[in-house]
Ligand binder design. Structure first.
Ligand code: ZN
Length: 129
């Protein structure tokens, strides 16, 4: 079961039906592959740039993603999602942290209520109490 989920995800997001959420199983290591790819492509440059500049680039890319999410095309959204993930992976590499290890806090569901789906009250401003 778990292996089939991993294979499905490894084929890429385009393999799933439009609108369907990606499948997830605890312990998946796709994020390790993302970090390894970024380390191979940009590792030396990242180390020379340093953490503060990388954080600034990540923040700038998040701003561009926010704009694309609001009024961009699908292609623009994919571009910015990729850039944010790339900069996040670069930052994690420089901090000697594993994104997969960081995300493990969601392995048992919502970190706050431990339910899947989350059973916490909606804290979005303007949401019903
Ligand atoms: Zn919750």
């Amino acid at each position: 079961m778990r292996m089939s989920l991993i294979i499905t995800l490894s084929r890429g997001v385009g393999a799933r039906a439009a609108g369907a959420p990606p499948s997830y199983a605890p312990g998946m290591t796709d994020l390790d592959a993302v970090q390894a790819r970024m380390a191979a492509v940009y590792g030396e440059r990242d180390a020379a740039r340093g953490v503060p500049a990388t954080v600034a680039w990540l923040a700038e890319e998040v701003g561009e993603l926010a704009k694309a999410a609001r009024k961009g095309t699908r292609a623009e959204r994919l571009h910015e999602l990729g850039d944010v993930l790339a900069w996040l992976a670069s930052l994690a590499n420089q901090l000697d942290c594993s994104l997969a290890e960081a995300f493990a806090r969601y392995d048992d569901g919502c970190p706050r209520c431990a339910a899947t789906p989350c059973a916490c009250p909606d804290r979005t401003p303007g949401a019903d109490p």
